[in-house]
Design a binder for this molecule. Structure first.
Ligand SMILES: [Zn+2]
Ligand SMILES: [Zn+2]
Length: 76
């Protein structure tokens, strides 16, 4: 059975289709962030590569960037 995986990082647009028979990938090979394979809000399996919003509930799939200073000294 085929399913779509999308990188959960807001900075990464990597997505791909995968087969259950080949095993479930947990992390993005492009950046090492967690993969999403279903909507974190309603649990609907992802169907579109590159989707940014859930087609079931309309909420954004990716986490927003954390804008609160968290102790890490960011360069930029
Ligand atoms: Zn990624
Ligand atoms: Zn949803």
């Amino acid at each position: 059975m085929r399913y779509v995986m999308i990188c959960a990082s807001p900075d990464c647009e990597f997505s791909k289709t995968n087969n259950y028979e080949l095993g479930v990938d947990q992390f993005c090979p492009a950046c090492g962030h967690d993969f999403l394979w279903k909507c974190p809000h309603c649990g609907r399996p992802l169907r579109d590569k590159g989707a940014l919003f859930c087609s079931g509930c309309g909420k954004p799939l990716k986490d927003k960037k954390c804008e609160d200073g968290h102790g890490d000294s960011a360069t930029g």
